[in-house]
Design a protein around this ligand. Structure first.
Ligand code: A2R
Length: 309
């Protein structure tokens, strides 16, 4: 008999096919009566594929051994609760680094050169009447990276190809990295033209980009958020973008996705993106493969390819 697993949200088609080929998959997100489904299958569920797992759900699944998250960020899983219950948690690191770094630079150029507006300008036939306005460039500017991790390092490489100066902040200095380290985020924001956020969500980074940090970035400064909406004081961000206290923002993530503050929709100094940092065919397929590989390894009693707990 195949193992039975619980899937907590929609996954990529290929990933769902691979899971279905190996396991009997119960889809919590499609169940009309979620509690009834859980009550029926709980005694047989040793694994979850997907995120959004709190301690209460873990408690309803007494045989649960592993949660295989789709995504490198696993802040939707209560890892403290998992650890306390001896439940393993895996994520999908590294395979998305290039896709994330590419779109980060893409959004930066889109913002600096006002590419969404330029496209509209041509489509609306305005070019025949007047030339497009002048914009700014990345080269010669300083980019401060909050979170020089796996993805942050790929962004740093590409920012250098744009002839930008790279500085970074994290909890630790990384002596092998050639970039200037700032122990204090406020100091880095003051010295940066661009502030790129690529750190994890969760309690330790909540609102780390405060009104003070945004003020330090200033009216000429640009914020790029590729990490999590929770990293930023979003009401302060919206207010400061509206009144010119912050130069601009490129945002792939938001505090209450998919809800985006409507005040941003009319702002010229903002580029908005629907949390699509890793959303390419090649990367999402690799992420799905890693979810499956973690589950396969677990049931075979082998080391997990990418465990975080
Ligand atoms: O703090 P450090 O030196 O461990 O650096 C990590 C940094 N980081 C933080 N920085 C400041 N305050 C914190 N409380 C804090 N917590 C972590 O974020 C490290 O440089 C970086 C995370 O790097 P990785 O663990 O390699 O993550 P990866 O794969 O680059 O993904 C980053 C995030 C995901 O968690 C998703 O939220 C998003 O990108 O897709």
């Amino acid at each position: 008999m195949p193992e039975e697993i619980l899937q907590t949200h929609k996954l990529l088609d290929r990933c769902e096919r691979e899971l279905a080929a190996r396991y009997t998959v119960h889809k919590l997100h499609e169940a009309a009566d979620k509690e009834a489904l859980i009550a029926e299958i709980a005694p047989r569920i040793r694994a979850i594929a997907g995120g959004n797992v709190d301690g209460a759900l873990m408690d309803k699944l007494p045989k649960l051994e592993i949660i295989a998250n789709f995504g490198v960020g696993y802040d939707s899983i209560d890892t403290t609760a998992a650890r306390a219950r001896n439940i393993r948690v895996t994520n999908t690191p590294n395979v998305l680094n290039d896709a994330m770094a590419e779109i980060t630079i893409g959004l930066m150029i889109a913002l600096a050169r006002r590419l969404p507006q330029a496209d509209q300008f041509v489509r609306q036939g305005k070019w025949a009447r007047v030339g497009y306005r002048l914009q700014s460039e990345l080269n010669g500017k300083t980019v401060g990276i909050l979170g020089l991790g796996r993805i942050g390092k790929e962004i740093a490489l590409r920012a250098q190809a744009m002839k930008m100066r790279v500085i970074y902040h994290g909890r630790h200095r990384q002596p092998d990295e050639p970039y200037l380290y700032y122990q204090n985020l406020l100091d880095m924001a003051r010295d940066a033209d661009w502030l790129v956020l690529i750190a994890p969500g969760g309690k330790s980074t909540e609102r780390i980009v405060s009104r003070e940090v945004l003020t330090a970035l200033g009216p000429e400064g640009y914020l790029v958020n590729m990490g999590r909406g929770s990293l930023v004081d979003e009401p302060a961000l919206v207010e400061m973008l509206t009144n010119g206290q912050l130069g601009g923002a490129a945002l792939d993530v938001f505090d209450k996705e998919p809800n985006v503050p409507e005040a941003l929709f009319s702002l010229d100094n903002v580029v908005l993106s629907p949390h699509q940092g890793s959303a390419t065919h090649q990367t999402r397929n690799k992420m799905g493969d890693l979810v499956v590989a973690n589950l396969v390894a677990h049931f075979a009693g082998e080391p997990l390819p990418s465990a975080v707990v």
